[in-house]
Design a protein around this ligand. Structure first.
Ligand SMILES: [Zn+2]
Length: 577
């Protein structure tokens, strides 16, 4: 391996030599980017090389395509492959085909050559001889132009895998660069929006799959759209430690919410493999397909499938365009009938650990890179309708009014003061409307929402009771009628004390300082996974004042590096209960 820093500083000729194996027999690609150094990440280096190929013109692209060997072809048999090609073909089992597979490959290769006058090109990482044969058969049905584009796209992937194999970069910088790279796949032209099973969502899944493959994981995408990467323990009977988070986003999102909990474990898994360190349990990294509920209001879909709590009714939910989730899944080649089979058995799972950006200012305020989550707050969400009497703003004297908005304002202040009275309790009125209101009309009706949260269920219930009583008083005093509809009432999910202790011990070992414990006010996949197994969470400091669900969400590479060290330490010391 070679470090990114040394690639950035070595003489140009040496740089070209170092990268000679990345594009098959085509040093001109590396030559074309020497002047663009320094590169901030492997992703940036790859993007520059890919751009050099893209602008090279069709003649150079054809030469590049034709420089590739056939898969399990004559060059392979004669031992004439480049070192990179030989190890890739061997990794996919192509050097150990059965005679029948070998014969079929020769037959298909020949047919492909006759049809397209080029070698069949496929990034074979994660493939087996049978899946290579299936790909060959499928691509024989393409037209020539789309097949030329497919070949170039596969060359692009091959180059990336080779770069990831060759170049070592700082894990913290890698996580940030990859979050930027993923954020380019968006449903909206500006900003990051990635809703369940859109084109951007599927491209994101494919990219995460490639990151996992590059890290040496065995990868599959399940029928909920979760991307699952597995690093096996030495003992096949070992239990599985699951980590992960979601890769869908809210509208106009930050780029670390969810994705951080996928990218950081991938970086750690790559380190484990590089140092040939074996864990005493299987490690599964799951990029959950859906948590935010943006498209179908179907929160925690990915983790509910894994936890065995998938609610099939959500399949009939429709998006803004009237497309049902069932239809969207069919279009993405996912089979909802197979979702129940995704559920893990509790006995086989050791625990679930979620790494997530804090989405708040506590760690930032305390000057800490990471913190141990004590639990995920329970919450009650309700919609309140206040009804008074509309009237003319000029003619009704103040003492004869039944102003719904003034009553609502008093409710807002009541929620604020009640929740401020106890640490650990938070209350928010996020929606407040005077429907059909006008500047010269006394509000006859007002709608508001109340969101109450605490990690302590008893505390939340006490606050809810007090606030409900206060609302009744306000209504009586003002001659208003008030109805309240509770739309969500979810208990708190405590993080397992033994996992908190192990995460804390890792933070102590890595940072040398006493770990900070903090509750999570936001819901996370760990809430759903708690139905299956013990859960623990590690929070990372959120920059920019702690802002999240917003493009200004920020993460420091140094914090990501520390979190990676903490998670690696945790895995190496992990003891299942
Ligand atoms: Zn999240």
């Amino acid at each position: 391996m070679i470090t990114l820093a040394s690639l950035n500083s070595m003489p140009a000729a040496q740089f070209v030599t170092a990268l000679q194996g990345i594009y098959e027999h085509s040093p001109w690609v590396a030559e074309g980017v020497t002047q663009q150094r320094p590169f901030a990440s492997v992703a940036a280096l790859h993007a520059a090389m890919a751009a050099a190929v893209a602008v090279a013109g069709s003649e150079a692209q054809w030469t590049l395509i034709l420089a590739h060997p056939e898969l399990a072809g004559r060059a392979a048999v004669r031992g004439e492959l480049t070192r990179e090609s030989a190890s890739e073909q061997q990794g996919a089992g192509l050097s150990a085909c059965t005679p029948a597979q070998f014969e079929r490959l020769q037959q298909l290769n020949a047919e492909y050559g006759r049809r397209f006058a080029m070698p069949f090109i496929l990034a074979v990482k994660g493939h087996t001889p049978d899946t290579v044969i299936a790909q060959l058969e499928a691509r024989l049905t393409h037209d020539a132009e789309s097949e030329r584009r497919t070949a170039l796209a596969q060359i692009d992937r091959i180059a990336r895998f080779r770069l990831e194999e060759l170049v070592q970069e700082d894990p913290g910088e890698q996580v940030l660069a990859r979050a930027d790279e993923l954020a380019r796949h968006s449903d909206a032209p500006d900003g990051l929006t990635c809703a369940y099973l859109t084109a951007a969502h599927q491209a994101t899944a494919a990219q995460i799959r490639d990151y996992m493959l590059a890290a040496g994981l065995a990868v599959h995408i399940d029928d909920a759209g979760n991307v699952v990467g597995r690093l096996a323990a030495a003992d096949p009977a070992a239990r599985t430690l699951i980590t992960g988070s979601h890769y869908d986003t809210v509208s106009n999102a930050g780029r670390y919410d969810g994705r951080l909990g996928v990218l950081l474990p991938i970086a750690v898994a790559a380190q484990l493999r590089r140092h040939r360190q074996v864990l005493n349990c299987h490690l599964e990294i799951i990029a959950f397909a859906e948590e935010e509920g943006l498209r179908f209001q179907s929160t925690f879909l990915g983790s509910s499938a894994v936890a065995g709590a998938f609610d099939g009714r959500v399949l009939e939910a429709t998006d803004r365009d009237g497309i049902s989730m069932r239809q969207a899944m069919a279009a993405a080649n996912l089979d909802p009938a197979r979702i129940p089979a995704i559920a893990r058995r509790g006995a086989e799972v050791a625990a679930f650990i979620e790494i997530h950006i804090e989405q708040g200012p506590v760690l930032l305020d305390a000057g800490r890179a990471v913190g141990v989550v004590t639990g995920i707050a329970g919450s009650r969400r309700s919609l309140v309708e206040v009804t008074g009497l509309a009237g003319h703003a000029g003619t009704v004297p103040m003492h004869l009014r039944r102003d719904a908005a003034a009553g609502a304002a008093q409710i807002v202040l009541q929620v604020e003061s009640r929740c401020a009275a106890e640490p650990g309790l938070v209350g928010t009125v996020g929606q407040l409307q005077v429907p059909g209101g006008a500047t010269n009309v006394i509000p006859g009706r007002c709608l508001l929402s109340i969101d109450l949260r605490s990690v302590d269920d008893a505390q939340r219930l006490r606050a809810a009771t007090d606030i409900d009583a206060a609302i009744e008083d306000i209504a009586r005093q003002r001659g208003l009628s008030v109805t309240q509809r509770v739309v969500l009432d979810a208990p708190a999910v405590p993080c397992t004390p033994a996992l908190q202790a192990q995460l804390a011990a890792s933070i102590r070992r890595v940072t040398g300082s006493e770990p900070l414990h903090l509750p999570s006010g936001a819901g996370h996949d760990a809430m759903m996974m708690a139905r299956l197994t013990d859960v623990g969470m590690l929070f990372l400091r959120c920059g920019n004042g702690g802002i999240s669900h917003h493009p200004a969400e920020a993460l420091d590479a140094a914090d990501a590096r520390i979190a990676g060290e903490v998670f690696l330490d945790f895995l190496l010391h992990y003891k299942a209960r």
